[in-house]
Design a protein around this ligand. Structure first.
Ligand code: ATP
Ligand code: MG
Length: 440
């Protein structure tokens, strides 16, 4: 623990100097036990929100959730959430506690928390307060509810997705009783707000253990995305595939970089396959139009989950294009750069490579193709070759001077760009003017 940066120690100290108790809680304690550097620090104290604000009167404080006892203190330009010890009673809507009350007892506060690994408090002088043996569970890589799992999931069903998220991110296994209750209670997830679902789902997708989580718990995830239900056990009847659709999807998701839009695209890229399967005379399965139908389904799913527009649009484009082969030709790559841009092109190559990783082994030799595509694209970019209108050595005003106007100007510019990309014209103003006069 020598390497841990105890930035939050000062905050605990200041609360203690003023006569209060204070502990580090939540993910930061988990990280310390796992010998990792915590990236944020939540602090819990028996001081009430007003008392917290008094103690930190010389600092900037934000009333983050003052009713629930949370005040954010900005210390050394970093925000720290300080929450009064509290208990929560009655979750009649399965989302929010009906009653939050403050308590003077740290163990009471710890007992309202979701999993044993998240119900540990740490104080530099007093050490760990760990009434539910969370340290043991962390060491054994186990996710276990505090108290009766079915009751805890009925109180707040988002905890079901949190369990999956932690299993994916930390690579921990879910304890049997907790797992049983997750299956039993997952229908309650329909009560949870889409925003909260989206946060947990995307964190889950970006975890290092996502393949296993998708394979084991697709029926639970289907409680929030029913469209994925048909993937499990879906045989594609096609020689490209050695896994069922779920195994393929889980492999592709695991093998793409953990960026939200890439993981979402991988997770949903074949979501429409069960909707459009057909068989040829040999009994081989085909899935015509699955990219465009999949893009449409992903668009609906992500709108429903209140995903931001930028991410949604990137995912939809990637799914739409995922099955279009890209030739190893400069001309084709420049055209792609022109139509979808460089970031999307690299993302698309990555998705196609990951998609290949989910095929039968004999198709893995195709990885070389994607390496070549990336190298070719990088080379075109490095040489600053022309692939967009703004790269042309001529602009709209030059075309107007040649006597054209209106829509025709744009048509001519696009014609010139085609000619440059195809190697029919050189990208210099004089040559392009000649080309307009002679060829367009
Ligand atoms: P990370 O910050 O790495 O995502 P974390 O464990 O700190 O993980 P947060 O969502 O920041 O998770 O929540 C902080 C703590 O609050 C948790 O460790 C847990 O003790 C408690 N907590 C959060 N959400 C819930 C919930 N839905 N039910 C019960 N306790 C919760
Ligand atoms: Mg946290």
């Amino acid at each position: 623990m020598e390497n841990i940066n105890y930035k939050w120690k000062h905050i605990i100290k200041l609360l203690e100097t003023n006569g209060y108790e204070a502990y580090l809680v939540g993910g930061a304690v988990r990280d310390i036990i796992m010998k990792k550097q915590p990236d944020d620090a939540d602090i819990t104290t028996n001081a009430t929100p007003d008392q917290i604000k008094d103690v930190f009167s010389e600092y900037t404080t934000i009333d983050t959730g003052i009713k629930h006892g949370t005040v954010t203190v900005v210390y050394n330009k970093e925000p720290y959430e300080i929450t009064t010890y509290r208990t929560e009673k009655g979750y009649s809507d399965g989302r929010h506690p009906d009653n939050v009350s403050f308590t003077k007892n740290i163990n009471e506060d710890l007992s309202r928390r979701d999993f044993t690994m998240n119900s540990i408090a740490y104080n530099p002088q007093k050490g760990f307060a760990d009434p539910f043996c969370g340290e043991q569970d962390i060491k054994n890589h186990i996710i276990r509810c505090v108290g009766n799992p079915a009751e805890r999931f009925t109180e707040d069903s988002l905890r079901i997705l949190r369990a999956l998220r932690f299993s994916s991110v930390l690579g921990f296994q879910i304890e049997e009783e907790t797992e049983k209750a997750m299956h039993k209670c997952c229908k309650l997830l329909s009560n949870v707000s889409p925003e909260r679902v989206y946060v947990e789902l995307t964190k889950m997708l970006c975890g290092k253990n996502i393949r296993q989580v998708l394979m084991k718990y697709s029926d639970i995830i289907a409680a929030v995305i029913p469209e994925i239900k048909a993937m499990k056990g879906f045989n594609q009847h096609n020689f490209h595939h050695k896994y069922d659709l779920l195994g393929h999807t889980a492999t592709v998701t695991q093998n793409i970089s953990p960026a939200v839009h890439l993981r979402l695209a991988a997770f949903l890229h074949d979501v429409a396959k069960p909707l459009c399967m057909s068989f040829d005379e040999n009994g081989t399965g085909h899935f015509y139009r699955h990219p465009s139908l999949g893009a449409k389904a992903a668009d609906e799913i992500l709108r429903r989950l209140k995903c931001d527009n930028k991410t949604r649009e990137a995912v939809v484009t990637l799914i739409k294009l995922h099955d279009n082969p890209i030739e190893e030709s400069e001309r084709i790559i420049k055209r792609k750069l022109r139509t979808i841009g460089k970031d999307m092109l690299f993302d698309l190559i990555e998705l196609q490579r990951a998609d290949t990783s989910g095929l039968a082994d004999e198709f893995h030799s195709r990885f070389e193709h994607f390496d070549k595509l990336e190298a070719l694209t990088a080379d075109i970019l490095k040489r600053e070759e022309c692939f967009s209108l703004k790269d042309l050595d001529i602009n709209g005003n030059d075309i107007i001077k040649l006597g054209y106007q209106g829509k025709k100007v744009g048509e001519i510019l696009n014609g010139l760009l085609d000619a440059v990309i195809d190697g029919k014209a050189e990208n210099s103003k004089a040559q392009l003017i000649e080309y307009v006069k002679n060829e367009l």
